[in-house]
Design a protein around this ligand. Structure first.
Ligand SMILES: CC(C)(COP(=O)(O)OP(=O)(O)OC[C@H]1O[C@@H](n2cnc3c(N)ncnc32)[C@H](O)[C@@H]1OP(=O)(O)O)[C@@H](O)C(=O)NCCC(=O)NCCS
Length: 313
């Protein structure tokens, strides 16, 4: 098998390999029914050098995507065609991703996988990853009841002037860097804005920006049709961070409602205890669970007091 960087012209076939792998894993009879509308477009545009394919006799049989969040590298999604499972292809893709991140100067690598799959946890462990916290995929229904509520004040990144955008990028970096040195989501904000596959929402405390959330929605987004997914979000650490996090999530719900979404979805690392407690005591439920695995085996931005959403799937 040959592994090489995928071309953007190979996106449709890559999405089909992705769907066939996950549909089999999650026992969908029809791969097209798995996550309808979910697109890998943003991966090809945002980090084309991190999109890899495995080929046998010229046919694409496996895919793996790498995302750099500044100092943290995230592996996934990755999938191998089901008829080839167990033949060592998954490990080769993972090693390719590790080498890729190292070539970018990134030594901290994370991924989210199925906590109840011995194969997944075992395979990742074989290449140096350790299971750490659970990741709760939180879901909030966006319903009519919200109509009566006034949304909190928030700004949209797409409505800023170019000078304001530059200032916003500096604030985003300052916030995430305060939480975990070198971590940032600027590349991802740029992709969502550039492709119009959602919106980055911002809240302030009356003086400066204190939180932002990157919401995916619509054609080309990394989310199912009708679902607004918060892929990354962060709140500046402060005694008011809990309030700001609540406001930020309300802003996301208001945006989801404005777009006609039926659900708001976001992945929350259970190690972020305060955010986890707060979210479950608001009207969010857990949709599914993943487990974060880290290489090396050390905490990243998953401390108890940290208000961050960073969907690693
Ligand atoms: C996950 C996936 C990419 C793995 O690809 P693969 O080519 O089947 O994996 P490999 O053959 O390289 O590795 C399988 C490894 O699992 C590990 N494994 C399997 N069962 C295990 C068990 N019970 N205990 C411990 N380790 C186990 C072994 O290390 C095994 O490799 P080895 O036999 O060579 O030691 C593939 O199954 C897939 O596409 N699944 C659907 C999509 C998906 O789940 N993607 C990943 C989401 S995080």
């Amino acid at each position: 098998m040959q592994i090489r960087r995928l071309e953007s012209s190979e996106r449709a076939v890559a999405e089909s390999v992705f769907r066939s792998g996950f549909a089999r894993q999650l026992r969908y009879e029809d791969p097209e029914k798995f996550s309808p509308g979910y697109s890998l477009l943003g991966r090809f545009v945002g980090e084309p050098e991190g999109c890899f394919g495995g080929f046998i006799d010229g046919q694409l049989v496996a895919v793996a995507f790498c995302s750099s969040f500044g100092s943290i590298g995230v592996f996934g999604p990755a999938a191998v065609k089901p008829d080839l499972w167990g033949g060592g292809i998954g490990q080769r893709l993972l090693q390719t991703a590790i080498d890729y991140f190292h070539s970018q100067g990134i030594a901290k690598i994370g991924l989210t996988t199925f906590p109840d799959s011995p194969k997944h946890v075992g395979m990742y462990h074989k290449l140096g990853f350790y299971p750490r916290n659970l990741i709760a995929m939180m879901v909030k229904q966006i319903d009519k009841e919200m109509e009566s509520k006034n949304p909190p004040p928030f700004r949209k990144f797409s409505e800023l002037t170019s000078d304001e955008m530059e200032g916003a990028f500096k604030s985003f970096t300052m916030i995430t860097d305060t939480i975990y040195e070198g971590m940032h989501f600027c590349r991802q904000v740029g992709v969502v804005g550039g492709l119009g596959i959602g919106e980055t929402l911002m809240i302030d405390d009356g003086t400066s920006l204190v939180g932002f959330a990157l919401c995916h929605f619509g054609d080309g987004a990394e989310t199912e049709t009708g679902v607004c997914q918060v892929k990354q979000a962060a709140v500046l650490p402060s005694p008011k961070a809990s309030n700001h996090f609540a406001v930020l999530l309300e802003a996301c719900s208001a945006y989801a409602k404005e777009k006609g979404a039926t659900k708001l979805l976001f992945g929350l690392n259970a190690g972020r205890r305060a955010a986890f407690d707060q979210t479950l005591s608001s009207n969010c439920r857990i949709d599914s669970l993943g487990v974060a695995m880290h290489r090396p085996d050390e905490p990243f931005a998953d401390r108890r007091d940290v208000y961050v959403i960073d969907d690693w799937r």
